[in-house]
Design a protein. Structure first.
Length: 254
């Protein structure tokens, strides 16, 4: 059976856990070589130790909001793999307990959130797309959020704004690069079981309340999101660009 991503070269940020790690596993399983980028060196080492990539795995420590650092990471991936075909700007933070509604939101929390979630995605795309252009085309798939389109995360104003900005970035980059063989899409994970969401997943009542809002009546998994990312980055989605695909159990359909 032909592997969906055979011989493709990918870079995934925020790859040490959650959706990033699930996406890495998915891409590796479908034949790709993957550069994992994460700011947490120890978590990255643990993640890589659990992967079976047959020499197709590269671990790179970088803060995506630091342009020099992400530029070096992309350069290292290109050098190791001979280029890139897929770029997944996935890294993000959710500063629960510090993010807040606007009148109580500290500007430093606002800036830190946008630097990681929006500027980080932009910088990953900026340098990743340069590699894709050199390779003659490819795919970018960003991890956005329904919170960027709907006011469904009250009190997480910085997070919501950062993801709204990412929505606009995906759509305009899709137009910018369509004629040069690069497709740009995004996923909108709903309530998903990841380490980022442990603050409510570990609270039984909070979990019940949140899952009661989902038509499919449960949280999603990182693997379920990763499967959509893999599809969007594949030739099966070759007529899809500028799209934000909801992976949310019907949450935003209500």
């Amino acid at each position: 059976m032909e592997l969906r991503h055979a011989d493709r070269r990918a870079l995934v940020t925020g790859a040490a856990s959650g959706i990033g790690l699930a996406t890495t596993r998915r891409l590796l399983g479908e034949g790709a070589s993957v550069a994992l980028v994460d700011v947490d060196r120890d978590a990255l080492a643990r993640a890589v130790s659990g992967l079976d990539g047959d020499g197709r795995v590269l671990a790179l420590t970088a803060d995506v909001s630091d342009e020099n650092a992400i530029a070096r990471a992309v350069e290292a991936a290109v050098k190791a793999f001979g280029g890139l075909d897929v770029v997944i700007p996935n890294a993000a933070v959710q500063l629960v307990g510090r993010d807040d509604r606007a009148d109580r939101l500290d500007a430093d929390v606002w800036r830190a959130t946008l630097e990681a979630n929006l500027t980080g995605a932009f910088l990953t795309a900026k340098h990743g797309i340069r590699a894709l252009l050199n390779a003659g085309g490819g795919n970018v798939v960003c991890t956005a959020s329904p919170a960027g389109l709907y006011g469904l995360a009250p009190g997480l104003d910085a997070y919501s704004a950062s993801k709204a900005g990412l929505y606009g970035l995906v759509r305009v980059m899709a137009i910018d690069y369509a004629s040069e063989g690069i497709r740009v899409n995004g996923v909108l994970p709903g309530i998903t079981e990841t380490p980022m969401n442990h603050w409510w997943m570990d609270d039984a009542q909070a979990r019940r309340d949140l899952e009661a809002r989902i038509p499919l009546a449960r949280a999603g998994t990182a693997d379920e999101v990763a499967s959509v990312i893999s599809f969007l980055a594949s030739d099966e989605a070759r007529y899809v660009t500028g799209a934000l695909w909801a992976v949310d159990g019907g949450l935003t359909a209500t």
